[in-house]
Design a protein around this ligand. Sequence first.
Ligand code: N01
Length: 531
Amino acid sequence: MPFKKLDVVIVGAGFSGLYLLHKLRSSGFSVAVIEKADQLGGTWHWNRYPGARCDIPSLQYSYQFDEDLQQEWNWSEKYSAQQEILEYLNHVADRFDLKKDIEFNTEVISARFNEEKSLWEIKTSHGELETKFCVMATGCLSAPNTPDFKGLDDYEGQLLHTGKWPQTPVDFTDESVAIIGTGSSSIQSIPVIAEQAKHLYVFQRTPNYAIPSNNGPMDPAEEAEVKSRYPEFRKENWENGFGLAGMAIEEMAVEDDEQGRKEKFNHHWENEGLGFLGAYADLMIDKEANEMAASFARNKVKEIVNNPEVAELLSPKFTIGCKRLCVDSGYFEAFNRDNVTLIDLNANPINRITSQGLIAGQEEYSVDSLVLATGFDAMTGALTRIDIRGRKGISLKEQWKDGAKSYLGLGISNFPNLFTVTGPGSPSVLSNMVPSLELHVEWISQCIEWMRDNNKKVIESTKAVEEEWMVLVNEVADLTVYKSCKSWYNGSNIDEKAKEFLPFIGVPPYTEKITEVAEQNYQGFVFDKTN
Ligand code: N01
């Protein structure tokens, strides 16, 4: 490895890592990015499954830190496909000459804070280095979850995970395929796999709500309009609770009449994708209002799916939005095909995986490919899978075993000079990710600069402030319907994980809070602690 001592080590070369590198390097720091993959992109590198695309409109899911960049890049579709986002990130990396400071094919094994030297010692698969600051830009949905299915190792066919998809295209033509899971990844890939495969078996434990993306080519007039006032457009998004355009409505579903609701829901169903939940202001805070939207979405499933029994199985019973809402392109329609079979795992649990396929209930399914669309150890998994040790050798995994605590999703007590981008306790996954990570990158970079200018060596959060903050995170969530079902927002998808709600709901108050903290010389953080 060509470097040894650095000011900042960034882990991960996705959206966050790339911008951090650009920002910190421009401020005169010596920086390197450590990346496990052989190329950049993070989430958009690993998630290459068929149909992978963003569910935030392209004009909003992009960097805004450079006006020339946002003017010169053209998106071809309303919702960008994985490949185009990867091309965009490569364009950004080339434009700002970032690749030379990224160490690819290098995995961070451990990070240990040396209290005497006030330095992080980072051990990677290719050597060791020392750094003053370590920034974990490891993503919120980047540690794939592979359930412990009995017999999984016995399977002799092609085993795939949506979150670790091979770089070489996978062709399912003439194959029998099984897919386990019906979250966003599965919902995006099923229509595409179904078009190729001889037969597709979908193994569902919990049905999900999905809103049609109505994706299509980028409308040149809309693109021109947004580009003519990009800074203003972005600013408007910041004022929305989720950092998204088109969700700033104040009307209440419970105050509207039936006809009004029908029209409004229909309009949002046909035009807004994720913004369906923004049809009314009370959908995520009032169970009665939520049920109105949920029942509208369930009726749509019944309209689309021909077989009433299949439609019933595909109809979720829980609060809409409390599990991450999915956005689809022909998902429910795929179940009208003769070559797609839905298997309800509640009636027919997976007994075991065999060398040829799997046994669910009494039936054995022989398949050429088995796709695990079983999600991620979200928000904390990418951090706890690295051996991170702070003061007195305390392990982060151990410190978080009863629940992840962080001050503002940025700093963790006992882990000085370690920052997380979109960490637990920040809006992250409940917001438009790119502006949210830009906010964090800028906050972290300014903090490191401020420390240099003010002769501070070590910054850390305290147990007291982070506990207080996480109480607030949960109090805010208690005002909503987000906690009303099992989801990866609250760790319910991983057996051994603490069950707690991790994202902060509300982009504007959060932004205000972290700005105020910075303005007050990083209030709540402690500098150069001596004991
Ligand atoms: O994962 P998920 P995902 N036996 O956790 C099932 C983002 N994303 O990769 O609900 C049987 O949502 C599980 O069942 P259940 C987006 O934020 C974005 O699809 O636990 N089934 C569920 O059906 C998304 O929310 C895009 O009962 C098992 C599925 O596997 C997040 O990533 C696209 C099981 C997992 O669904 C994660 O989505 C894709 C078991 N043992 C993803 N274990 C965009 O559009 C799990 N399941 C930007």
